[in-house]
Structure formats: structure tokens, C-alpha cells
Design a protein around this ligand. Structure first.
Ligand code: ZN
Length: 57
């Protein structure tokens, strides 16, 4: 098995990667792609603020 990041022989300790660094790179790519899916630029929480000032006395 070879590292999917740099194509070097994989290290069993970091399978299927060759090193901790390549495992982190793959994780970073995965996170970036998952963050890229939702293309919403507006934050819905801005319009759904809890009514902190309507607390009962
Ligand atoms: Zn690698």
C-alpha cells in the first residue's frame, strides 16, 4: 500500500499514510471540502437571536 498523499510506502503506524504529516494533510483536505459544500454566506443566527431582553421579572 502506498500513501495517497505522496505515493510513498505507507507506514503501518499511520496506515494508509506514510507519516503523521500526510495523515494531517488528508484530514485538512477532507475538512476543506466539507466546509466548501454549504455556500451560505449569511449567518441565520443573526436573524434568530434569542430574546434575552424578554426575560420574565
Ligand atoms: Zn505520505
Amino acid at each position: 500500500m502506498t500513501c495517497p498523499i505522496c505515493a510513498k510506502p505507507a507506514d503501518p503506524n499511520y496506515s494508509p499514510f506514510c507519516s503523521r504529516r500526510c495523515a494531517d494533510i488528508d484530514l485538512g483536505r477532507w475538512l476543506n471540502e466539507s466546509y466548501r459544500v454549504p455556500a451560505t454566506s449569511t449567518d441565520p443566527e443573526d436573524e434568530a437571536q434569542p430574546h434575552r431582553y424578554d426575560l420574565p421579572h
